[in-house]
Design a protein around this ligand. Structure first.
Ligand code: SME
Length: 160
């Protein structure tokens, strides 16, 4: 059994430091990308409050394809440049959306989602996947969340 229960102190930098340690520990020495993405999706859901979806889309050819996640069943294929995930992948940058209803082309997989953070996972200069977090709360994600998830993405660069 893995027990990575986050401390509930309201200290976001501390929460993300703990999350990064947990991601490092659970993927250490494991080469299977699906196993590592699955455990990381579960860790994100466990550590971060107010999420309704946490998981991965993988670059397969010239599109994003659904990977391991925690949440409701989601759309399977996202063309580059479409939606929040496709924009993050096409532009190789994090996209933070305070209100998904105000994001042109947002792809609604779960009608409950109100805000979203998508962070690319890069390897050798190319996007290999994106981490997608959805929340039912407006403006759930901020700069600390973006920096924390970017640190997680950097750890996963050669582990997925
Ligand atoms: N909302 C995303 C699609 C993926 S789901 O949120 C799981 C988007 O616009 O890319």
């Amino acid at each position: 059994m893995y027990d990575f229960a986050p401390a509930d102190t309201g200290d976001k930098p501390a929460l993300y430091r703990d999350l990064e340690s947990a991601v490092r520990a659970i993927t250490d020495g494991e080469r299977d990308a699906v196993a590592n993405m699955a455990n990381c999706a579960a860790l994100l859901a466990e550590f971060l409050p107010d999420l309704n979806w946490s998981g991965f889309y993988r670059m397969v050819g010239d599109e994003l394809v659904l990977g391991p996640f925690v949440g409701r069943p989601a759309c399977i294929r996202i063309p580059l440049g479409q939606g929040v995930c496709g924009t993050a992948a096409a532009e190789a940058r994090s996209v933070l959306v305070e209100d998904v209803h105000a994001f042109p082309g947002h792809i609604a997989c779960d009608a409950a989602s109100r805000s979203e953070l998508v962070v690319p996972v890069m390897h050798d200069g190319a996007v290999i996947a994106v981490i997608d977090l959805d929340s039912p709360a407006l403006a759930r994600f901020g700069a600390e969340d973006q920096a924390g998830i970017e640190a997680v993405a950097a750890i996963l660069s050669d582990r997925i």
